[in-house]
Design a protein around this ligand. Structure first.
Ligand SMILES: Nc1ncnc2c1ncn2[C@@H]1O[C@H](COP(=O)(O)OP(=O)(O)OP(=O)(O)O)[C@@H](O)[C@H]1O
Length: 245
């Protein structure tokens, strides 16, 4: 049987106080694909991504990343993936360059570290700003900096929570191209969440639609359009959500 990049079984998160984060999610992501999770605010996208990235424990259910159980073997699972959170961490007093080196030194050393640092510098494309402390960066600059280290770490699985949130039009286009490039050139599997349906249509082969913690449907964008008679993903989303209310 082919091994999935991600396999979830009845994945459920009930937060303290009883808030339902996600409810019995079953989905798979195949090796080498770009899979998008979409859904309204509070539908469970970040909860799902954080559990897969080993940052949050599920209440019940299982997740496997390339066959590794992420709850039982988080350290092994982390070697296979890297995660860009919705709000990337600050490290306000480091320069951009020191941040890149610090983040990549967690994974690499020696010559491989130097190569990865150079790669991240090229992706971030921040010029002399890289020498300045991060506290003076704009939101978009911090985002591109975080993304550069995540991409340059070459994980088998890249988990991106709203990758272009806060980025201007030009940088958003650039980031989407980078994600596509890493997927094509290095076969990186990508799981991302986004509210931007144009972005999802451009990037993703398949999508899963979340609503109130449940996966309403999943499939290729073309299949979902045909099934619902919609002409674009925004309409697909509204029609499927309408049926669920
Ligand atoms: N730390 C927490 N404690 C309690 N409830 C939480 C917590 N984090 C998330 N939730 C709840 O879990 C549900 C799913 O939230 P989540 O952040 O996963 O949604 P999301 O789809 O990523 O939303 P958005 O699009 O706004 O980022 C929501 O009802 C939210 O209120």
């Amino acid at each position: 049987m082919a091994e999935f990049a991600i396999l979830t079984k009845d994945l459920t998160k009930i937060y303290r106080g009883g808030n339902v984060g996600i409810d019995s999610l079953n989905f798979t992501v195949e090796e080498g694909e770009i899979y998008g999770l979409i859904g309204p605010n509070g539908s469970g996208k970040t909860t799902t991504l954080r559990i897969i990235a080993t940052l949050l424990k599920p209440t019940r259910g299982e997740v496997y990343v390339y066959g590794v159980n992420v709850v039982k073997n988080p350290l092994e699972a982390r070697k296979l993936m890297n995660y860009l959170p919705e709000e990337a961490g600050a490290y306000r007093d480091l320069s951009g360059l020191d941040f890149i080196r610090f983040m990549l030194s967690i994974r690499f050393s020696g010559r491989r570290l130097e190569e990865a640092v150079s790669e991240a510098i090229e992706i971030a494309d921040l010029g002399n700003d890289l020498k300045r402390p991060i506290r003076g960066y704009s939101k978009g600059m911090k985002r591109i900096l975080a993304l550069s280290t995540v991409l340059a770490s070459h994980p088998k699985l890249l988990i991106l929570d709203e990758p272009t949130s806060g980025l201007d039009v030009e940088r958003s286009i650039y980031v989407r191209k980078m994600i596509k490039r890493y997927n094509k050139e290095y076969g990186t599997t990508v799981l991302l969440s986004s509210h931007n349906m144009l972005e999802v249509e451009y990037l993703c082969g398949r999508v899963g639609i979340l609503y109130r913690g449940k996966l309403l449907t999943q499939g290729t964008i073309e299949d979902l359009k045909t099934k619902t008679g919609a002409s674009n993903l925004e309409e697909v989303f509204l029609k499927i959500k309408g049926g669920a209310v």
